[in-house]
Ligand binder design. Structure first.
Ligand SMILES: C[S@@+](CC[C@H](N)C(=O)[O-])C[C@H]1O[C@@H](n2cnc3c(N)ncnc32)[C@H](O)[C@@H]1O
Length: 556
């Protein structure tokens, strides 16, 4: 087990001395005394790496302080930095800034001049700032206090004084502060502070890292380039839509690096958009992957902020999605989903079905199998208990919570239920209209005559592929489709009515069948409904079938 030294500044000063170079100064310019410590961690090539190891895991999590490996920072800098001055707005120990300084030197600059006048950075952690200054000073052969451009500040709320108006490059790896976790979610004061500066870019689930993109864009000189490492969720998350739009409308996306979990601790999937501050006519996005930042084929810049999934679809093994549609789900149905209150509001009304009792079956996500509702066929968990045939007394629900009771009553009509977080879209059909859906199921309510047409269309391989593409990166991994009720509305409907009718017949056959092996019927369904969408892509069927729950059953 590692034992970390208690006197952090003294340790940094000692390690700095061991590495040779200038004295270690705090951010006020005071020399920090060295001690007798000779920690093993001093073996790291950079002082920044030593410092990162000295942080407690809690500090690292709350500040998002996971430094970039030097080799990755160097390669990304080579791709993105074409000229100075360069800024890293969340510079940590300066791994990116050191890479940038070396890059500017390779482009012909003098190291001393670069470290004094071309390199800028900020961090809220004053010891990280001291480490960063020392790192640059050590490299350039100057004193840390001469590295004036690196300061303690929070540039999201105020631009540090002393920075130039514009930069040739903005680079770095800003903190990933997800709002889905308690340790990293912002306080009400912070929300207000950020809202006044970023307006509608700030949503409930806006990751702080995305805001650095908006701020960085304001710092760029014309033709300047920005590369900031981001969580992969930037590509598909609903609350990142405004920032994606800002990039597309105010600048150009000229590159994108994508890494699936090989670089950062905890297997965080990351990407890094490369944004140029100019509106380019012929918009190609050069793509890079993996730890070696290998260049792969380019794709066209998306025109729609909702279609960034297309930038990475093929890299994630998603099939191409050409089709001919006729209208969208919103033309035939409404969609909705309950919230927490609709989940907990059902608790007082649920009981096990007694013989002959007529009540509403409770349908949970675990009961949804494509075209087949497993109510009464498998036990499920709800409210910490196991249930065999759970039913709901809606009067009782309404007694405890009138709003939830009314909401559930309104859902008592023929409908489709769709489970979220699945590998393909899975749909069950409530023909009678008496099921009670449990959150987070999505509810689709079409006219009765369109019930099966929508069930078949939403169960098609092409619609699953489109949904996977749209939400690529939004979930932790592309292997799950995480559609919202609103996103469902935009999915396309097929244009070939005859093929659609054939597909509906097969779907109903599968629905009624008690056969154990339905592989042939499912494949026929997939081909027929694809025909209804005018898609001829053979890979699409095998992609869909490989992910289909029925195929998994056959392989067991
Ligand atoms: C992921 S680390 C990256 C550091 C460095 N850019 C690198 O790539 O190694 C993020 C850094 O952001 C700092 N940080 C967190 N919130 C910040 C804020 N609002 N403004 C500036 N820096 C911040 C943390 O202290 C941490 O050093």
């Amino acid at each position: 087990m590692n034992t970390f030294p208690v006197h952090l500044p003294q340790t940094l000063a000692t390690v700095a001395e061991l590495k040779g170079g200038p004295q270690f100064l705090d951010i006020h310019g005071n020399v920090v005394e060295t001690g007798n410590l000779s920690p093993k961690i001093a073996q790291e090539p950079l002082l920044a790496e030593t410092y990162e190891k000295l942080l407690t895991s809690r500090t690292r999590k709350t500040a998002g302080a996971f430094y970039t490996p030097l080799d990755v920072a160097e390669k990304l800098t080579e791709v993105a930095v074409l000229e100075g001055p360069v800024v890293d707005p969340a510079c940590g120990g300066g791994i990116f800034l050191l890479s940038a300084a070396k890059r500017l030197a390779a482009l012909g600059g003098d190291p001393k001049e670069i470290a004094r006048n071309q390199i800028f950075g900020s961090d809220i952690d004053e010891w990280a700032v001291a480490v960063c200054r020392w790192e640059l000073a050590h490299w350039a052969g100057i004193e840390p206090e001469e590295v004036q451009g690196v300061t303690k500040a929070d540039p999201l709320t105020e631009k540090p004084s002393g920075w130039p108006d514009q930069f040739g490059a903005v680079i770095g790896n800003p903190p990933f502060l997800s709002q889905l976790h308690r340790t990293t979610s912002r306080t009400a004061d912070r929300r207000e502070e950020l809202r006044s500066r970023y307006g509608n870019l700030l949503k409930a689930y806006t990751n702080e890292a995305w805001l650095f993109l908006a701020m960085g864009l304001e710092l760029l000189a014309p033709q300047g380039q920005m590369l900031l490492i981001q969580p992969l969720s930037l590509i598909g998350a609903r609350d990142a839509s405004e920032i994606r739009k800002k990039i597309l409308t105010e600048a150009s996306l000229v590159g994108l690096w994508v890494d699936q979990s090989t670089v950062f601790i905890g297997h965080t999937e990351v990407c890094a958009p490369i944004v140029r501050n100019s509106l380019i006519d012929k918009k190609q996005v050069v793509r890079y992957t993996g730890r070696t930042i290998q260049e792969v084929s380019s794709v066209e810049q998306p025109s729609d902020p909702e279609d960034w999934g297309g930038l990475i679809a093929d890299l994630m093994g998603l099939p191409s999605t050409e089709f001919t549609g006729s209208g969208q789900v919103e033309h035939k149905a409404t969609t909705t989903a309950g919230f927490r209150q609709h989940f907990y509001g059902l608790v007082p009304g649920v009981s096990e079905q007694k013989e002959e009792e007529i009540k509403h079956p409770l349908i949970t996500t675990a009961m949804v199998d494509p075209f087949n509702c497993l109510w009464g066929q498998k036990s499920v968990q709800f409210d910490g208990k196991k249930w065999e045939r759970p039913v709901v007394d809606l009067n009782l629900v309404a007694e405890f919570d009138k709003a939830v009771g009314e909401w559930m009553r309104k859902r008592q009509r023929p409908k489709l239920l769709i489970s979220t977080q699945t590998k393909v879209i899975e749909v069950v059909v409530d023909e009678k209209g008496d099921w009670v859906p449990l959150t987070p199921l999505i509810i689709v309510e079409p006219q009765e005559e369109d019930l099966w047409a929508l069930a078949a269309s939403l169960s098609s391989p092409i619609v699953s592929a489109l949904a996977a593409r749209q939400t690529a990166g939004a979930a932790r991994s592309v292997s799950r489709i995480t559609l919202s009720a609103r996103q469902l509305l935009n999915l396309p409907l097929p244009s070939d009515k005859q093929a659609l009718n054939e597909a509906i017949e097969i779907a109903q056959f599968i629905h009624k069948s008690s056969d154990r092996n339905l592989e042939r019927s499912w494949l026929l369904f997939g081909e027929t409904i694809n025909r209804a969408y005018g898609t001829k892509n053979k890979d699409l069927i095998s992609w869909w079938w490989n992910r289909h729950p029925e195929a998994r059953k056959q392989n067991k």
